[in-house]
Design a binder for this molecule. Structure first.
Ligand SMILES: [Fe+2]
Ligand SMILES: [Fe+2]
Length: 514
């Protein structure tokens, strides 16, 4: 309320344009819920109730035994991931998604089993639903864990412990997971469903044709060709249908649980995005810097096992804030014109620094992904705008030395504060943000090298890295010294290949280019 009145007053005085810049702020309530123990208890209790209904409503005579065995598997499913702090299941939202998808698959399996008396009903169950979805959203290790958990539950829920059905669950799930490793295109999900269906079909045909296990076969096939064909068609059809359902529901689930898959990131990497098109027209220098930096960041991410798709997309959008005043950044300045010549160092620094906040504002208005906006916000960390800070220090020294001539009181000469020449931050919070910041600085600085030799590039990148380490820029990021060295080595070799045929530019000492 008071802020609104203050803003109106400034507007009336002509000191404010009236626009409000959006800023990124996390929801503290949901952040606390993510690792809340009570919430975890609620999730486990709800899962237990669903398992109880699956056991007791099926009319099985061993329902009580089934329920206790199911609870044992649940304890295993909940406690094992907690051993590793890196597991995504530490977060309550991820654990909910993990259990929900497995229970959904189990529920559908029981429903299909109950509705159909046909021997082929085992093949109609979407065994790859949970494994493929979890593989794409939470990663392959978690998906393998989901596949094993689902298989154990499925085995427990069967009237008779049936090794054939256990094999089908594992074969369908694991094939789906293997087919979705590093999946970046939505069509690959259909292919994963298809492969999963084919593996289930072959396994069930082989299983039912083995004479010594005919009694324990999950599908009472006597192996006539017509039934074999039906088996194959059903399994492949269900596999494809599973792929279509996952592909269609993925955007909704991603939004609900705040997950970003590589598929969504690659869809965002479309250079026809309105912001990138604006960047190419209004700030062509920044656009080309972003494209070059995307290649560097992706190479570094692949080297150290970070999310390369996220690095590429974040690099495309990292400097969109420069769209507010593109002509104030060296890469977009016309030759011979420098608008900073007309400004004080403080004002120049404010203009340069504001591209981070303007970028976050533009990203939020265009509904960019939260992790990409994090990249925009953190790509400079809290580094110093060195060039304008040094210029301000020089002016302060000049004023002090000349102050005696006009009898000025030294206390009246304004002091230069280093803090007011720093980016607002925060410092990089993820490995991807570290890569983004280093690739950005290295790409910009390398343009000022007159004759880029491998040794000069190596010195440049390692000096940049050392300055940032000394400045404490990586104190809050999950990165090791070894990873930083690997990133630096990749930057040197990638920049070397990129600048192989480049004509040397004139040296311009200016921080505004980063
Ligand atoms: Fe920047
Ligand atoms: Fe940049």
């Amino acid at each position: 309320m008071f802020r609104f009145l203050k803003k109106r007053r400034l507007e009336a005085k002509g000191m404010s344009c009236g626009k409000t810049r959006l800023s990124k702020s996390g929801n503290r309530f949901f952040e606390r819920l993510e690792e809340n123990t009570l919430m975890k208890g609620v999730i486990i209790l709800t899962t237990s109730v669903i398992l109880a209904s699956l056991c007791f409503l099926s009319g099985s005579q061993d329902a009580l035994t089934q329920f206790f065995l199911s609870l044992m598997v649940l304890v295993l499913a909940v406690t094992l991931p907690l051993v590793s702090k890196d597991s995504p299941l530490v977060k309550n939202s991820r654990l909910t998604l993990f259990l929900f998808l497995i229970l959904l698959q189990l529920g559908l399996g029981k429903l299909i089993q109950g509705q159909s008396d046909v021997g082929l009903s085992q093949i109609l169950i979407p065994y790859a639903l949970a494994p493929i979805s979890i593989s794409v959203m939470l990663g392959a290790p978690t998906a393998i864990f989901a596949c094993v958990t689902g298989a154990l539950w499925w085995l427990v829920l069967q009237q008779k412990g049936d090794p054939g059905s256990l094999l089908l669950v594992l074969a369908g799930g694991l094939t789906g997971i293997l087919s979705t490793l590093k999946v970046r295109r939505r069509s690959r999900l259909l292919r994963a469903g298809l492969y999963s269906g084919i593996s289930i079909a072959f396994l069930s045909l082989i299983w039912s044709s083995l004479p010594f296990i005919q009694g324990g076969c999950p599908m009472p096939l006597s192996f006539p060709w017509v039934q074999a064909g039906l088996c194959f068609t059903y399994a492949v059809g269900i596999g494809l249908f599973t792929g279509v359902v996952i592909s269609g529901s993925l955007p909704l689930v991603e939004r609900m649980f705040g997950i970003t898959t590589d598929i969504s990131l690659m869809e965002m990497a479309d250079l026809n995005h309105p912001l990138l098109r604006r960047l190419s027209l209004e700030a062509p220098g920044t656009y080309h810097h972003s494209l070059a930096m995307a290649n560097l960041a992706e190479a570094c991410a692949e080297k150290v096992g970070a999310n390369s798709s996220l690095c590429r997309v974040s690099a495309y959008f990292h400097d969109i804030g420069k769209l507010a005043k593109p002509e104030y950044f060296t890469e977009n300045m016309p030759t011979g014109e420098n608008p900073h010549d007309e400004l004080t160092p403080t004002m120049s620094s404010l203009v340069i620094v504001s591209h981070v906040k303007d970028g976050v504002d533009l990203g939020l208005r265009h509904k960019l992904n939260g992790r990409v906006i994090d990249g925009i916000q953190q790509h400079h960390g809290t580094t110093l705008v060195e060039f304008f800070y040094q210029r301000a220090c020089r002016q302060e020294r000049d004023a002090q030395s000349g102050g005696g001539l006009i009898n000025a009181n030294p206390e009246d000469i304004p002091r230069v504060s280093e803090e007011s020449y720093r980016y607002p931050g925060p410092k990089p919070q993820s490995l991807e943000a570290v890569i983004l910041g280093l690739a950005d600085a290295a790409e910009s600085a390398s343009r000022s090298l007159e004759r880029p030799t491998p040794q000069r590039l190596d010195d440049l990148v390692h000096d940049l890295l050392q300055d940032r380490i000394n400045d404490g820029q990586y104190d809050e990021a999950p990165v090791t010294l070894c990873q930083l060295q690997e990133i630096a080595a990749t930057l040197v070799s990638s920049l070397g290949s990129m600048m192989h045929s480049r004509i040397a530019y004139g040296r311009r000492k200016d921080d505004a280019k980063a």
